[in-house]
Write a protein that binds this ligand. Structure first.
Ligand SMILES: Cc1cc2nc3c(=O)[nH]c(=O)nc-3n(C[C@H](O)[C@H](O)[C@H](O)COP(=O)(O)OP(=O)(O)OC[C@H]3O[C@@H](n4cnc5c(N)ncnc54)[C@H](O)[C@@H]3O)c2cc1C
Length: 458
């Protein structure tokens, strides 16, 4: 088994590829289904509420609506993070993570609104203070003590996830606190069924609600627990070699059995847990930096913090626990023959794999690679070898170099590629570079649906 990647396997470089047929993203259909679920929840409140009277009645009604929507959003939150392949690979992990974050913000607001409005409504109906009503409800209503604990936990996780707080805690701390969401959702479930007015006397509604939560739980058990166990038992991954690529950047070649069965595609990433010392405690996402082989996968890692810096010290033979493949930055998105790939720093990794493997005629592929200095251009020898073998172009964009300044502007792109508007674009790099490149491509005439990008920040 080889650990060498410097000689790209390019197949028949001059064979004319078939016209690309872009795979449509299921994102609009998934979003429509999620909103339809929310509308069905509202409809269930409408049909189960014959009349609403007085300020207390309106407050209680508003609280119930907020509670129902929060309950629905909790199931959606869990399902979105279950790493379901159609979401992770066709919608895209970064987009799903953004939906999850947005749903999380809504959930926290709805839970708070539910508690406040229901308590205020009950207090108004009973002609007593809100504090006394709260004590009564929490301590005497069925399942309300654990329901309250679940709600408080959910709000606490939401606060820790808020951008300002998240920046101050380590990823590991945030991640482990975030796992408490499962406990919070579990605790909050029971009071929904025992106290929800629309479930009282309506067995069908109760069954549907239980199926909703059972389904979300089953997705988590299947895709986050069983699927990784099966993958790692089947493929038996181990570190084969660690190769320095540039200052602070190294590649890790990972050997395993029957890796073609993973179905990994160039441009995708996996989550890696190296079973060695402190690295064993964290699983981190790294893209495949070369097209996957049946016996080996390769990642290329830049040292930015504790985990990534320790990767350079891995020893051959170290066992690896992996999950995936995930990500939608693949050839399936492509709609045109011509492709420009724009990489910033270590964002070159998924684009390196695509540069080698995207079916293309000579002249179809251009890779623009932004780095600070020439020595920071990780994987450069491979990229030039691929470019030569495929009749493709690779251009370094170095921060201090006058010659390439202004390439990532609409005029710069048009000067370099006069038919830029007829290209697909793949972007990966720091958020600032991606935003600038996206804006320049749009102004140069590339439609948004043909700009494909991946963020390294989930
Ligand atoms: C889809 C995807 C693909 C990536 N591919 C590559 C790659 O090919 N090469 C590469 O060098 N880097 C890649 N990254 C980035 C890499 O995962 C982080 O740089 C690495 O996890 C940093 O960990 P750290 O503990 O060393 O640094 P820290 O200082 O702890 O974190 C640095 C940054 O990375 C984020 N981060 C840390 N751990 C994780 C994690 N487990 N999951 C998500 N974000 C995390 C933190 O929120 C912080 O923003 C990728 C990230 C994503 C989301």
């Amino acid at each position: 088994m080889s650990t060498t990647y410097h000689r790209p396997r390019t197949g028949r470089p001059h064979a004319a590829p078939p016209p690309p047929r872009p795979q449509r993203s299921p994102a609009p259909a998934v979003l429509a289904a999620l909103y339809a679920g929310g509308a069905a929840v509202l409809a269930s409140w409408w049909t189960s509420t014959p009349t609403v009277t007085g300020a207390g009645g309106w407050l209680t009604g508003a609280g119930r609506i907020a509670g129902l929507l929060a309950g629905y959003a909790c199931a959606v939150l869990v399902a979105l993070m279950a790493r379901v392949p159609v979401l992770e690979r066709r919608v895209g992990s970064d987009r799903v993570a953004r939906w999850h974050a947005a749903a999380g913000r809504w959930t926290v607001c709805l839970v708070a609104a539910h508690a406040v409005a229901v308590l205020a409504g009950y207090a108004a109906q009973d002609h007593r203070g809100v504090a006394g009503e709260a004590v009564d409800v929490v301590f005497h209503y069925p399942d309300m003590l654990i329901g309250t604990a679940g709600g408080v936990l959910l709000i606490a996780v939401g606060v820790v996830s808020a951008r300002a707080v998240r920046r101050r805690v380590s990823y590991e701390t945030w991640y482990h606190l975030h796992l408490l969401t499962y406990l919070a959702v579990f605790l909050a479930f029971f009071h929904q069924v025992s106290l929800g007015a629309q479930f009282a006397g309506d067995a069908t509604a109760r069954v549907v609600w239980c199926l909703l939560y059972g389904g979300a739980g089953a997705l988590v058990a299947w895709y986050r627990v069983w699927t990784p166990v099966r993958l790692n038992r089947r493929h038996r991954l181990r570190v084969a070699a660690v190769v320095p690529e540039a200052p602070g950047v190294c590649s890790v070649v990972i050997h395993g059995e029957r890796l073609a069965e993973l179905g990994a595609e160039p441009g995708q990433f996996m989550r890696w847990r190296f079973l060695s010392g402190r690295l064993a405690g964290t699983s981190a996402p790294y893209s495949l930096s070369a097209p996957p082989r049946d016996d080996a996968l390769r990642i290329t890692v830049k040292a930015v913090g504790g985990h990534s810096a320790a990767v350079a010290g891995l020893r051959p033979g170290t066992r690896v626990w992996a999950e995936g493949p995930y990500g939608a930055l693949t050839a399936r998105r492509r709609a045109r023959h011509k492709v420009v790939l724009i990489a910033g720093g270590v964002g070159v990794t998924p684009l390196r794999a695509l540069f080698e493997s995207l079916p293309a005629r000579p002249g179809d592929l251009t890779l623009l690679y932004r780095a600070r200095e020439a020595e920071d251009l990780a994987l450069w020898p491979e990229l030039t070898a691929i470019a030569e073998a495929r009749g493709a172009r690779v251009l370094p964009l170095l921060s201090g170099a006058d010659a390439t300044r202004g390439v990532l502007t609409p005029d710069g792109l048009r000067a370099l590629l006069p038919d830029i508007a007829a290209h697909d674009a793949y972007l990966c790099g720091p958020p600032g570079l991606m935003a600038d490149a996206h804006a320049a491509l749009r102004s140069a005439g590339v439609p948004g649906r043909r700009i494909h990008h991946e963020s390294f920040e989930l």
